[in-house]
Design a protein around this ligand. Structure first.
Ligand code: CP
Length: 320
């Protein structure tokens, strides 16, 4: 029988790259979340540094825009004492036609130890991982519509922080799910961690029906989708990934699926509201909810530093 090993794990089942949450063992996810917990206190100290990546060079390669992911990866790497190089893609030789793999080969010749990669093409971080030297680690910081594993992990950290036990939860993911790598990573993580009710909520054009095969309940009515939910994850309309009109208008979308205080009342009284950002106020979420007492959108960002420190320190400590 042909056996295809998960490329992000070594033969001992240890994490050497983080490319996707799909296929990660539950204990690996818990190890990342537990390790992130130990880094939270580092981030609250006056001297916010530990020497775990001292002497290592981390290259941030963001071929797509980013505020949260890029900045928190840079902070995380610096807090682990790594040397951090942010390649300015717009001014790099990519603009002169240099291929992705030639860029990687040249940066590897500068003794890169880790690449953090965001790319519009699904699979780009896998390609890089396949072509790197065995000692080099790759972290997917978002590839096309495919995966955003560190966002998925920081979302799990946030849920565990506020709700403790995954096995009793109802989680509603609302909005543009078809274009969302965050939704895909969250659904894989929630399934692996044993969440019994995962709902994908939105209009038919934005919620793929095949999610049912992953055990997800698909709802095209917001009231049904939010009813009794413990966690509500709102998603942005990804206009940059839409080809042609998938919605009548942003105003119509807000009327049917935008989260307002009245609609949030359909969820559990102690529900938390999450969003990976960037938020579009008045499109998928009302300001009264985004800035309200149930919102944990900014704590998600803060937890992201500790989770990215955990991922980088764990993979750097494992050999291919
Ligand atoms: N959540 C997220 O990926 O945000 P950025 O695009 O700002 O990194």
């Amino acid at each position: 029988m042909l056996y295809k090993r998960n490329p992000q794990l070594n033969k001992n089942g240890e994490l050497i790259h983080l490319l996707s949450i799909e296929g990660l063992p539950r204990d690996v996810i818990h190890h990342i979340l537990d390790t992130a917990g130990t880094f939270l206190s580092v981030n609250e100290r006056e001297v916010k540094k530990v020497p775990l990546l001292r002497g290592k060079s981390v290259f941030n390669l963001f071929f797509e825009n980013s505020t949260r992911t890029r900045t928190t990866f840079e902070i995380a790497a610096k807090r682990l004492s790594a040397d951090v190089i942010n390649l300015d893609i717009a001014r790099s030789s990519t603009a002169k036609g240099e291929s992705l793999l030639d860029t990687i080969a040249n940066l590897s010749a500068m003794h890169a130890d880790m690449f953090v990669v965001r790319h519009s093409e699904s699979g780009a971080p896998y390609l890089i991982a396949q072509h790197c030297a065995p000692h080099v680690h790759v972290v997917n910081a978002g590839d096309g519509r495919h995966a955003h594993p560190t966002q998925g992990l920081l979302d799990m950290y946030t849920i565990r922080h506020y709700k403790k036990d995954f096995t009793q939860l109802t989680v509603a993911i609302v909005g543009d799910i078809v274009h969302s790598r965050v939704a895909r990573s969250d659904i894989h993580a929630l399934s692996i961690l044993g969440v019994p009710e995962i709902r994908a909520v939105g209009p038919k054009t934005l919620v793929p029906g095949d999610l049912r095969e992953m055990g997800v309940r698909v709802c095209h009515d917001l009231k049904e989708g939010l009813k009794g939910a413990d966690v509500v994850i709102m998603l942005r309309l990804q206009n940059e990934r839409m080809s042609g009109a998938m919605l009548p208008s942003a105003g119509e979308f807000f009327k049917s699926f935008g989260l307002t205080p009245d609609k949030l009342a359909w969820a559990a009284p102690d529900a938390i509201v999450m969003h990976p950002g960037p938020i579009n106020r008045g499109v998928e979420i009302d300001s009264a909810v985004a800035d309200g007492t149930q919102s944990v959108i900014l704590p998600q960002v803060t937890f992201g530093i500790a989770v990215r420190m955990a991922v980088m320190s764990i993979i750097a400590g494992n050999e291919a």
